[in-house]
Write a protein that binds this ligand. Structure first.
Ligand code: NAD
Length: 492
């Protein structure tokens, strides 16, 4: 960063082979926050080769589980020691508020603590095969070389969901953060070294997916690709990996319904709908971007919501007064503006927002006002496509069956919220929704101990929880005959 080498390949920090760099922009003011090395495809190939050699060498994967668990705990300690610095990098890079970034670093820490405990408690499974001479057991082994590709909205958090279980399992890896937001991952990789991760176990490259994607995915040297990002990229990676029969887990987008029944607690419903969609300016995969509301309360609810949305304090994430920050880049804001124009042309009713803020102090940043569209139809693009910005669409229902049908009417299936004071109905609706996480009378919360992932085109595979570790493991059945005798099948 800023002249220091940023690529960690084979245990050595180095610059890009062609000395290429990238300016990382602070979206709050358009200034260059840092200049980082931009890897070439050859650098990425070197990183994969280093991870392959380190895995095949066998030393890392043979480390005692307790040793790896202790390593993860040391990483957690260092994250807490450097929490303020890491949080500042995250805010400068993504635009999110410093308060959110602090929560992110605490969440990253909890992921390392969780996998430390989980892997330390793992045991082989003994299988009774009916022969006392045979010891039959099922063991878990590291899957091998992993390529870990992360998006820009939660840069370090998303990467931690991959690196922590990969290290716990005994894998080696190449991490590639988003080229838009690499800063916290670079700083964090230094912490991994300090914690004692052996050379070549974690390799780091940053650069665009277009430049590095082939080197990282179109190869027989990789055993598992864990990708979080957009649907289109997930499709591309899955196709390339299929040629090599490489295991892939893809965590993709969402178009998440937040269903509000008339009997829901009004104060918490309005508050959670507002937070669920406008936190981090809507750049959250599980953002509740589709309000699906019972007709009888819709007018008042939307009016109150619009008033609250207009009072959200937008500003530089470093300013403690800001409640939400900018969009991640000018390019991303242009995409949001296209969606808003699309919503207007499709006939949705613009209730509030739909513009950049007028405050001249925000003119240099990529800010956008919280935007609400009422009277939306399920056929509209703004209802079906992931806008990944501060846009809420409102659809209305009159029956429970209609609410469920609308909630499931999406190609995605990442997350959903349901609000009602009738717990029997709540349970019915929760079970009927085809989404990977469903909140009943709450929204947005998660824990490292519970699986995260999507139904439908929100992806496959799961992160976090016990499944988030098994993704990084192969399962081996060992049959040990302690008193061998001839099988006696062939008599000659
Ligand atoms: P993106 O797909 O554009 O990029 C994600 C990552 O993939 C980046 O590191 C990028 O450089 C890399 N990449 C791009 N093309 C590649 C290729 N051909 N080969 C290999 N790597 C390639 O996504 P984004 O814009 O960074 O992130 C936003 C998306 O991420 C949204 O759709 C959001 O919903 C999704 N997301 C999902 C989750 C989840 O848990 N399901 C979490 C966070 C974000």
């Amino acid at each position: 960063m800023n002249g220091e080498p940023d690529l960690l390949i084979g245990g050595t920090w180095r610059h890009a082979a062609d000395r290429g760099t990238r300016d990382v922009i602070n979206p709050a003011n358009g200034t260059v926050a840092a200049v980082v090395d931009e890897a070439t495809a050859d650098d990425a190939r070197d990183a994969v080769a280093a991870a392959r050699a380190a895995f095949d060498d066998g030393a890392w994967r043979a480390t005692a589980v307790t040793e790896r668990a202790e390593l993860l705990d040391r990483v957690a300690d260092l994250l807490q020691r450097d929490k303020d610095d890491l949080a500042r990098l995250e805010t400068v890079d993504t635009g999110k508020t410093l308060a959110e970034s602090h929560i992110d670093i605490d969440d990253v820490t909890s992921v390392f603590r969780y996998y430390s405990r989980l892997v330390g408690a793992e045991a082989d499974r003994i299988v009774d095969v009916g022969d006392p001479a045979v010891i039959s057991r099922v063991v878990r082994e590291p899957i091998g070389v992993c390529v870990l590709i992360a998006p820009w909205n939660y840069p370090l958090l998303q990467m931690s969901w991959k690196i922590a279980p990969a290290l716990a399992a005994g894998c080696t890896m190449v991490a590639k953060p988003s080229e838009v937001t690499p800063l916290s991952t670079i700083a964090f990789t230094h912490l991994l070294e300090e914690a004692g991760v052996p050379p070549s176990v974690v390799n780091l490259v940053q650069g665009s997916g277009a430049a590095l994607g082939t080197a990282l995915t179109d190869t027989d040297d990789v055993d598992f690709i864990s990708f979080t990002g957009g649907l289109g990229t997930g499709r591309t990676i899955s196709k390339v990996a299929a040629e090599h029969v490489t295991k892939v887990a893809v965590e993709l987008g969402g178009k998440n319904p937040h269903i509000v029944f008339a009997d829901a607690d009004a104060d918490s419903a309005i508050d959670h709908v507002l937070t669920g969609v406008f936190l981090h300016s809507g750049q959250v995969c599980s953002a509740g971007t589709r309000l699906i509301i019972e007709e009888s309360i819709a007018d008042d609810f939307v009016a109150e919501l619009a008033g609250r949305a207009e009072r959200i304090r937008i500003g530089d994430g470093m300013d403690p007064a800001s409640e939400t920050g900018p969009l991640v880049s000018e390019q991303h804001r242009a995409k949001i503006e296209e969606y808003v124009a699309q919503g207007v042309s499709e006939g949705a009713k613009l209730v509030t927002g739909g513009a950049r803020p007028s405050d001249p102090a925000l003119a240099a940043g990529s800010f956008y006002l919280p935007t609400i569209f009422d009277r939306c139809q399920r056929s509209m693009r703004i209802v079906q496509e992931e806008t990944f910005g501060p846009i809420l669409t409102v659809e209305r229902f009159t029956t429970e069956a209609e609410a469920i049908a609308l909630g499931n009417d999406t190609q995605y299936g990442l997350a959903a919220g349901v609000r009602t004071s009738d717990s029997a109905r709540g349970e019915r609706v929760v079970r009927a929704l085809r989404h990977g996480t469903v909140w009943l009378n709450d929204f947005g919360y998660y824990t490292a101990a519970a699986e995260w992932g999507g139904f439908g085109k929100s992806g496959n595979g799961r992160e976090l929880g016990p499944t988030g570790l098994t993704e990084y493991q192969e399962i081996k059945h060992i049959w040990h005959n302690t008193a061998p005798t001839p099988a006696g099948w062939f008599k000659g």
